[in-house]
Ligand binder design. Structure first.
Ligand code: PMP
Length: 395
């Protein structure tokens, strides 16, 4: 037998997946003794297990053959109708045919990327930006161009200037309770963003997995609801934070010309989202008051956010800054004197507390002093203890 030729290397787009020091470090934070502000997970004790069990029971009793069969790529007709109804009730008139159900909103982002971007195309992102979106654009071989932000999110003047200079095709942003910053883009800026996109011929991907987790203040209208951009916004939604992320249920609401391309892209990815999970979600949404459940989750998260905010002044070194998010899951902080949050994470882990360093979220020059703190998965008491540990670690 001739000598075996080794199989080829993995694709170059995946060549450096093995080497993230932050990821290796964060693996240590999964130890049960660590109080972790690093995760981005919803609180599992708040899942409505009984309600979901009852919905699974009903679906598998009443329509087992349909629920376990292949189905359409667009998604379950009942679920699309309920989703459209929920968007319409929140002042974004939507028909069921405008919705494509996806396997999490992460897949919605993938599908939209496949449907809109050629290799080398320019994508504008807020800086810092949700890391898995950056990864998606990287895999599509897009050229990502960061747009500066301030405490209110993306800066419209900077966006206008960059959009005038770069031949961009798509703007991606998380305007409400952003990951990683927790910031919310004010209404006037949303209008300005919509107008810039219209002026320069951009798609806008408005990623909104957190919008319903509002703890204070009034909702800000979606960019998708802005008349200037109604022909160009793809709104992404998710049940991960409202029901349970393990269901992997998300959706996109796309303008007509993009809908069929998105359905085809999804078909190539996974044919369709789990039939049974979609049927269960539709059943759950008809038999239960999801809004009442969301109110319970919001009350718990508000108390956790407040515990974090109340404890931060004593936990972070003098001169640190942080924001007060009106919703979502994250507080964004910066340490004084350019202290390096990634470096300090080693010490924090020794004290059995963790956070996510902010640097990996940047596509422009990173701010090494930034960090993201999630407040959803620990009780207020655990958060207080976590902050006592953090104070010792950072002192
Ligand atoms: N977008 C953002 C901004 C997120 O933070 C997340 C979850 N971490 C997702 C999309 C993906 O959510 P899912 O696929 O669970 O809907």
């Amino acid at each position: 037998m001739s000598p075996a030729v080794p199989p080829p290397a993995v694709a170059s787009r995946l060549a450096n997946v093995a080497s993230s020091p932050v990821r290796d470090l964060l693996a240590l934070t999964a130890r049960p003794e660590v109080i972790s502000f690093a995760g981005g997970l919803p609180a599992p004790e708040l899942f409505d297990v009984d309600g979901l069990r009852a919905a699974f029971d009903r679906v598998l009793t009443e329509q087992p053959r349909r629920a376990l069969q292949y189905s359409t790529s667009e998604g379950d007709a009942d679920l699309r109708e309920v989703i459209a109804g929920r968007l319409t009730a929140r002042a974004l008139p939507t028909g069921a045919d405008e919705i494509v159900v996806t396997t999490g909103s992460q897949q919605a982002l993938n599908v939209v990327t496949t449907a809109t971007l050629e290799p080398g195309d320019v994508v504008l992102v807020e800086d810092p930006c949700y890391v898995a979106a950056l990864q998606t654009f990287d895999f599509a071989e897009a050229r990502v161009v960061p747009v500066p932000t301030d405490d209110d999110g993306i800066i419209p003047e900077a966006l206008e200037e960059i959009a005038a200079r770069e031949p961009a095709r798509l703007l991606y942003l998380v305007p409400t309770f952003s990951n990683p910053t927790g910031r919310t883009l004010p209404a006037a800026r949303r209008t300005a963003v919509a107008e810039t996109a219209a002026r320069h011929g951009l798609w806008i991907v408005e990623d909104d997995p957190y919008g319903e987790l509002r703890y204070d203040g009034e909702p800000v209208p979606w960019i998708a609801a802005s008349p200037a951009a109604s022909d160009r916004v793809i709104l992404l939604g998710s049940f991960s934070k409202l029901m349970a992320p393990g269901l992997r249920l998300g959706y996109l609401r796309a303008p007509a010309p993009l809908r069929q391309p998105c359905v085809i892209a999804k078909q190539a990815a996974d044919l369709h989202t789990s039939t049974v999970d979609q049927a269960v979600a539709a059943r759950y949404l008809r038999d239960n008051d999801l809004d009442a459940h969301v109110r319970t989750v919001r009350d718990a998260y508000r108390a956790r956010r407040d515990a974090l905010l109340d404890g931060l002044p004593a936990a972070l070194p003098a001169g640190s800054r942080w924001n007060r998010p009106a919703g979502g899951m994250f507080v964004w902080a910066t340490l004084p004197d350019d202290r390096d949050a990634a470096e300090l994470l080693h010490t924090a882990i020794e004290y059995e507390v963790a956070y996510v360093p902010g640097a990996p979220f940047f596509t422009g020059p990173p701010d090494p002093s930034a960090l993201r703190l999630s407040f959803t998965t620990h009780s207020p008491e655990e958060i207080e203890e976590g902050l006592r540990r953090l104070a010792k670690a950072l002192s």
